[in-house]
Design a protein around this ligand. Sequence first.
Ligand SMILES: Cc1cc2nc3c(=O)[nH]c(=O)nc-3n(C[C@H](O)[C@H](O)[C@H](O)COP(=O)(O)OP(=O)(O)OC[C@H]3O[C@@H](n4cnc5c(N)ncnc54)[C@H](O)[C@@H]3O)c2cc1C
Length: 373
Amino acid sequence: MESRVLVLGAGFAGLELATTLSEALGEEAGVTLIDANDSFVFGYSKLDVMFGREPAEAVHLHYSEIDKPGVRFARERITAIDPENRTVETDAGTHTAEYLVIALGADYDAAATPGIELGRNEFYSVPGAEYLAGVVPSFAEGNAVIGVCGAPYKCPPAPSEACLLLHDQLVGSGTRSSCSITFVSPLGTPVPPSPATSEALLEAFADRDIEFLGGTRVAAIADGSVALDDGREIPCDLFLGVPKHRAPDVVVASGMTEDGYIPVDPRTLATGHPNVWACGDVATIGVPKAGVFAEGAARVVASAIVASVRSGSADDLYEGRGSCYIEFGDGRVGRVDVDFLGGPQPTGVFQPPSDALVAEKVEFGSSRRARWF
Ligand SMILES: Cc1cc2nc3c(=O)[nH]c(=O)nc-3n(C[C@H](O)[C@H](O)[C@H](O)COP(=O)(O)OP(=O)(O)OC[C@H]3O[C@@H](n4cnc5c(N)ncnc54)[C@H](O)[C@@H]3O)c2cc1C
């Protein structure tokens, strides 16, 4: 099957790209958007599911609802990518395209950490969050460890949020005093580009008696304990994990990756192959793996494709800026505004929790839902 634009992956990047191309080019866009799943789930919804704030069935946004001029959704599993010829094999056949965009996100590497089991003791997949939603309420005594098995990982503030939300849940069930909470992170501080955000989170941990072990990662999980890569072993009765990440196998097999991800020009998202881009978590861009960065990068790729279709020149360059909302517990939400490519060092400005930010986070999700679906 021949398309003008082939978009691989319907996550933050793929959905924003398909939407922007449809807005700019209408029926002419000729986009085929491919994903193996039947629905999209916001990353933060996994925390809502794990802590029983939303049932799993409520957080799926179904691709069957996409109805945009010039965009066709295909539920297919991609099995091979040939960037040279802009050809893709799926379980349903062969696709070729004038423009190819790889937006397949980051996958999880369970084999890298003995004891981590996808869908069981990690909250970074929907099945994992759903399974843990049934486990967390029965945890009433002992040591809880929120542990990261490797960096880079999606949404660096998410495990901090998990600690604060677990604290709330244990307070709610009257069991907090018989439980400890420890957060193991390979990052030296909770949000390295923003010292003020890190300080606010460390203060929130201290107020709640949550122990932060930074600069070390979880190396193995056993019955009753967790081994850290610095040789320490800590007691653990409930493990809420973040698995090590890697690019999906099909991306690695395409030969396009270096150090695990696809290298791109950080300003244009171009790969070395003509008319082939990679954006979002699957690429090495020099920004964190987060939805806001993925969608920002997708807009730059869309603008390059629109310019090419119209024989113009693209002058939009990716700026590497984004805002991430952070759940501080007690229903409070803060925000960090980060800039990764604007200066010699990444910077981040902290916006303390407020009612306005609670509303802003709701709007963040609902505006994208309305725009993409
Ligand atoms: C707990 C948690 C909280 C988070 N909170 C936030 C937040 O508050 N703000 C924020 O900005 N980000 C957040 N994130 C991160 C965010 O979800 C990701 O960074 C974002 O989804 C990346 O977008 P993407 O388009 O690159 O990849 P994805 O959204 O992961 O999309 C990739 C798509 O590719 C598809 N795919 C992969 N392989 C194949 C294949 N072989 N064939 C067909 N399809 C395939 C997948 O099904 C998927 O739909 C959070 C993540 C987690 C886990």
